[in-house]
Design a protein around this ligand. Structure first.
Ligand SMILES: Cc1cc2nc3c(=O)[nH]c(=O)nc-3n(C[C@H](O)[C@H](O)[C@H](O)COP(=O)(O)O)c2cc1C
Length: 263
């Protein structure tokens, strides 16, 4: 394989593919079609920018499928105002309806996380969905045991014992993500993917809340990964409650002013 295949009848020798390649693996000069440098195939991170940016649809990456490259639709462009409202308007939801979210909807909001950026385009983030609310509750019980030694969580533990779930807030589902322990900063990849999920869920009318308490409990309750059957060599990086929100937010809360240093 030569890394790329170029349709000579379509290539206009514009050099966009070579300019876009993050690792500078493509060479295009004069009236020549682009070609890969020696060992380009080994160094390519399969980000697909060369194919995605080609204005003439002249390029294929040999080991990525030729199908499934969605066209960017100008009709679906998000205005800056809509983007700002989406990003400022999402909230951490802590009061949920009991009804479950259909699995198709959960899949839809998870699907989009496949396009979250990952370091060197590794795409190693994996997901576990506790779809059954009883399983969410069982995990909450484990989390309580993990939080118990820490006085900071004393009220949360006492509330749990009094029948009030401030761990996962009675959410019908919990989404956990995990990644291979080896590799460059897997937790950054997972955190970004969770942020994608958060925003996508909000756009679908769902509510989410970061479940930092799960992460806080793991050091003192190290059997949680086994309880969740996380495979060997992987670690849990984050989790989020998800469900239909009981309330709507009419206003966007105020936040600290932006802190910027210009140099
Ligand atoms: C890493 C992280 C962990 C969090 N963990 C929890 C948590 O365990 N329980 C909870 O109720 N909220 C949790 N939150 C939600 C924050 O409290 C919330 O983002 C913050 O209060 C701002 O509210 P907003 O998200 O509605 O803007 C967490 C948020 C982040 C980013």
């Amino acid at each position: 394989m030569a890394l790329i295949s170029v349709d000579k009848s379509l290539c206009m020798h514009c050099g966009v593919c070579a300019e876009e390649c993050p690792a500078m693996l493509l060479v295009q000069s004069g009236n020549e079609v682009p070609e890969a440098i020696p060992s380009g195939e080994k160094l390519c991170i399969r980000c697909g920018h060369c194919v995605a940016a080609c204005p003439h649809d002249a390029l294929r990456l040999d080991d990525l499928p030729a199908y499934g490259w969605a066209e960017v639709s100008p009709d679906l462009e998000v205005s800056p105002e809509a983007a700002v409202q989406l990003l400022r308007g999402r909230r951490s939801v802590r009061v949920y309806q009991k009804r479950p979210v259909p699995r198709e909807t959960l899949v839809q909001v998870l699907e989009v996380t496949r396009w979250a950026p990952t370091a060197t385009n590794r795409q190693t983030v994996k997901w576990l969905v506790l779809e059954d609310s009883e399983k969410v509750r069982a995990l909450a019980g484990k989390v309580v045991e993990g939080l118990r030694p820490n006085p900071y969580f004393a009220r949360m533990v006492a509330d749990w014992e009094a029948g009030c779930d401030r761990i996962f807030r009675g959410a019908p589902h919990l989404v956990v993500n995990y990644a291979p322990t080896q590799g460059f900063d897997p937790s950054a990849d997972c955190t970004i993917a969770l942020s994608y999920l958060d925003i996508a869920a909000h756009a679908h009318g769902l509510g989410t809340c970061w479940a930092g308490v799960l992460m806080a409990a793991i050091p003192t309750q190290p059997d949680i990964p086994a309880f969740l059957e996380i495979p060997e060599g992987h670690r849990i990086c984050g989790a989020m409650m998800i469900g239909f929100p009981k309330h709507r937010y009419k206003r966007i809360p105020v936040r600290n002013p932006l802190t910027i240093t210009w140099k």
